[in-house]
Design a protein around this ligand. Structure first.
Ligand code: SER
Length: 883
């Protein structure tokens, strides 16, 4: 066989090689892992974790895959190295072969060697390996079986040769294979000396332990193998190029980065501009694949990492002086290069472009805002740590840009102060993370029970009442033989078979009762998975005691279950209808199926219109009215895919999957419980739709009796309105419109009437003027009313001063208003100065405006004092202006 020279050929050669050696070839799973300890699928072994640690039996003893991986957050994070080195990525493809307690070190090493030297045809003289310093077995296999010269087997410590998936989970010593690029690329002496010249391209991990949260290493059920070869690095070696950037997988992406920025790529390492181009090419690929798997930019978790990746790319485009959006061109190039291997890119092309371009646009605005502020700051001097942190944290303006801009103007940045604030923030984030960490302590207790019980049979698809045997009881995290423990009112129960559905796939857990013949009654308040296959009933003890070994009857609350399954099947209908109306861009982003309502979250770039939502509701209800049968069955994953079943976001599927056909159109993988025919759902009513984040929408809906109740509540509200208006319900809208018109009309008339009154009263006040001055008390006006009155009197006077004080209409406060005519203002009189003392006397203040001042305060009792103060103030100014 000729050595593979292209990415496609390499994937095929690798998988064929291991298939021929008894491995089941497993397709890449999503970048969004099922495993909650990880942000992203960061290695080929991630989808297989339950098989390594023994949470689930492995469906095959050996597997091989080419897995999409992202290392841009969490334990494995290469984000900061991208662009600077000849080999780091945030997204890459990992070729791997796996043994779940089947073969071990010898086969793993021998096959790797055979593939690398015989099939790939690499020169053995340029290959080096490392092993863990304690791993005598691996060293001996390399030396004696393979014939590797002893000086090319290097022994390193935990940092280099002990691999962990995350802080917890499977881990073990590893052995890595390196390619020597040659003396012109660095120092002699093997990978222990120089990792740029000796490039690691395959890691063989000998999985032995499951790391616990407290740091202890618990041996795995059986020693296993997890190998990972970076596809891009292998390709660089096979194509005889010096860096991953020179492979035919990357050259087109770099060309796109060059074309969208108008900057020419000079090669590796090159200068800053070449680093920026590599970052653009690489990040463009990662963002495209993440969005294709359903991640949307946000401020949390994966969405945040995606946002950082997009923004980092845009920042580099900005540094290169690219004025227009660069991301669409990067996405296009990625789809061209990677689309045949990952068709999800082709399917989602438009929505990827829209999502990342929108994020780019927003970030460009941020950059501009940050630059404006920074401009002001550099005017004043060096940038303080607090300001740099504000720019970074509140505006999202990157620190290195702050430094660059400051440096251009000869200013410094207090980086220590900035870092101190960043460290504070990290500590706060870490504490929050710890506080929310799931307690893993009970895991061992539950694992012991699961080992004893084996498979728990779920009977709840066909019956709601099952006789069963109690196989384990847990009270406050400890296993107990019976619930007789003093004063205990709660206990967690494991049964050998159960009709209770444990919360999964958005559907809440069942409730009900567990009873025994001797009158013990437990109320099941919730049902959850304690481990992937272990259903636990959380119970309150209503009566009696229960012990391990007891026979019992488990009974699901049937009415509640009926409501749940109506909502669950309705969720599928709505999902289908949303895609019909809004297009296949709609991607499920989560759901909640509860007895009282259903919630469906989906990614979509804009708010659906009311008409669109009505169309969705109509389509879903038309399905209900068809009363078509619902078919729920188990089949192989391949078959389900060939039917075109939609897989839920973030779900993990074994080889056998459950397919739900709800009527003619809706086809999804789903393990929940459902109605048998669509008519059983009753009416479906969407009750709300809104945004829950950037590009994320949520609809809530009701079904069956809950929908009816909702409609009836609205009907009652309408009837109440009709009764008040003394019209029929259908006339309410017209009547309300007419009334609103009348109210508007009356308000206008009232306002005009008030103005007339104010004018009349103002004129009357003016006639009382002595030497062009009016000082008077007038109760019953608001501040504004009194102000208008003062202005009216002043206008009637022509030239003069009007100073008024009085109680407000509720008589609880006092208002003060002073108006001065323009000619007197020109002579230096000021309304604000005249009103000041009086306003203060009633406990308030006024403005400083010269023509009119209004104020007031809570001291209603001081109203007469205020009047006296106004008089005094007026005669003061009169005297001073006369003098
Ligand atoms: N899990 C190991 C790695 O990621 C080998 O596949 O390097």
């Amino acid at each position: 066989m000729a050595p593979p020279r292209s990415a496609d050929a390499l994937r095929a050669t690798f998988l064929d090689f291991f298939a021929a050696r008894g491995h089941t070839v497993v397709p890449s799973s999503s970048l969004i892992p099922h495993d909650r300890t990880l942000l992203f699928t960061n290695a080929g072994m991630v989808p297989f974790k339950p098989y390594f640690v023994g949470d689930e039996p492995a469906p095959y003893p050996r597997a091989a895959s080419c897995q999409k991986c992202v290392r841009a957050g969490g334990k494995h994070n290469d984000l900061d190295d991208v662009g600077l080195t000849n080999r780091h990525f945030t997204f890459f493809e990992m070729l791997g072969n796996f043994s779940f307690g089947d073969y071990y070190k010898r086969e793993a090493i021998e096959w790797a060697w055979e593939l690398v030297t015989d099939v790939f045809g690499l020169d053995p003289a340029r290959l080096w390996v490392t092993v863990h310093e304690s791993d005598e077995d691996a060293a001996q296999i390399w030396r004696d079986d393979i014939g590797m010269p002893a000086e090319r087997i290097q022994r390193l410590g935990d940092a280099e040769n002990f691999w962990r998936m995350a802080d917890t989970g499977p881990c073990g010593p590893n052995s890595e294979i390196f390619w020597d690029l040659g003396p012109e690329f660095g120092a002699d002496g093997g990978p222990a000396v120089d990792e740029d010249r000796y490039v690691e391209f395959w890691n063989l991990v000998f999985m032995q332990y499951d790391a616990q949260p407290d740091g202890t290493l618990v041996p795995l059920p059986a020693p296993s193998v997890d190998t990972g070869a970076g596809l891009e690095r292998c390709l660089a070696v096979l194509q005889g190029v010096e860096t991953v950037w020179d492979t035919d997988l990357f050259r087109p992406l770099l060309a796109a980065a060059a074309s969208v920025t108008g900057v020419t790529y000079a090669g590796f390492p090159g200068g800053d501009r070449d680093v920026s181009l590599r970052i653009l090419a690489e990040h463009g690929r990662t963002m495209s694949l993440l969005v294709a798997d359903g991640v949307v930019p946000s401020n949390e978790e994966r969405g945040y990492v995606l946002r950082r990746i997009i923004r980092r790319a845009v920042r580099h485009a900005f540094l290169l002086g690219a004025a227009n959006a660069v991301t669409p061109g990067l996405v296009d190039a990625t789809v061209e290069v990677m689309g045949s291997a990952y068709p999800e890119l082709v399917d989602a092309r438009e929505s990827i472009t829209r999502t990342v371009e929108r994020e780019e646009r927003r970030f460009r605005q941020t950059l501009e805002r940050g630059l404006d502020l920074l401009d002001e700051l550099v005017e004043q001097g060096d940038i303080q740590g607090a300001d740099a942190f504000f720019l970074h944290d509140s505006l999202g303006f990157p620190i290195d840009l702050t430094r660059e801009v400051a440096a251009e103007r000869g200013r410094g940045v207090d980086l220590e102060g900035f870092e101190a604030r960043m460290a504070d923030q990290r500590t706060r984030a870490l504490e929050a993370h710890r506080a929310s960490g799931r307690s893993d302590e009970m895991r061992d207790v539950y694992r012991e029970i699961l080992e004893e019980v084996g498979q728990i049979e779920f009977t709840g698809r066909t019956e709601l009442e099952t006789t069963a045997k109690v196989r384990g009881l847990v009270h406050e995290g400890r296993r107990v033989p019976s619930s007789a423990a003093e004063g205990s009112t709660r206990v967690d129960v494991v049964l050998d078979r159960t009709p209770f559905y444990a919360e999964a796939g958005g559907q809440v857990g069942d409730t009900g009762t567990i009873t025994t013949d001797d009158a013990t009654v437990l109320t099941v308040v919730d049902t959850q998975y304690a481990l992937p296959d272990l259903v636990v009933h959380h119970c309150e003890i209503s009566q009696g005691t229960i012990a391990e070994g007891d026979e019992c009857t488990a009974r699901v609350d049937a009415t509640r279950r009926d409501r749940i399954r109506r909502n669950h099947t309705a969720t599928h209908l709505l999902h289908w209808a949303l895609r019909e109306v809004l297009g296949a861009d709609v991607k499920q982003a989560g759901s909640l199926v509860a007895p009282d309502r259903l919630r469906f979250d989906f990614s979509y770039h804009e708010a659906p219109t009311r008409e669109q939502l009505e169309q969705v509701e109509d389509l879903a209800n038309a399905e209900v009215l068809s009363d078509a049968p619902v078919r729920h069955y188990e089949t192989t994953k391949d078959h389900a895919e060939s039917l075109g079943a939609i897989a839920f976001f973030g779900d993990k599927y074994g080889d056998l999957v459950r397919v739900l056909e709800a009527g003619e159109h809706s086809l999804e993988l789903c393990g929940g419980t459902h109605v048998h025919s669509l008519g059983f759902i009753g009416p479906i009513k969407i009750v709300s739709e809104g945004s829950i984040g950037a590009n994320l929408r949520r609809i809530e809906a009701l079904t069956g009796d809950a929908a009816l109740e909702h409609i009836r509540d609205e009907e009652h509200a309408l009837q109440r309105a009709a009764d008040v208006l003394k019209v029929g319900p259908d006339e309410v809208p017209e009547r309300v419109e007419r009334l609103a018109g009348e109210v508007r009309q009356l308000r206008t008339e009232l306002e005009a009437e008030r103005n007339r009154q104010v004018a009349t009263e103002g004129a009357a006040l003016a006639t009382d003027a002595v030497d062009g001055v009016v000082v008077a008390r007038r109760d019953g006006f608001t501040n504004d009313g009194l102000r208008k009155l003062a202005l009216a009197a002043r206008d009637a006077l022509g030239s003069g001063v009007v100073a008024l004080v009085g109680l407000t209409p509720d008589r609880a406060k006092a208002a003060v208003a002073v108006a001065v005519s323009k000619d007197l203002v020109e002579h230096g009189l000021s309304a604000g100065a005249i009103a000041g003392d009086a306003a203060r006397a009633v406990g308030g203040g006024t403005g400083k405006q010269p023509e009119v001042a209004v104020g007031g305060g809570p001291n209603a009792d001081a109203v007469d004092d205020a009047l006296a103060l106004l008089r005094a103030a007026v005669s003061d100014v009169a005297r001073s202006s006369a003098s």
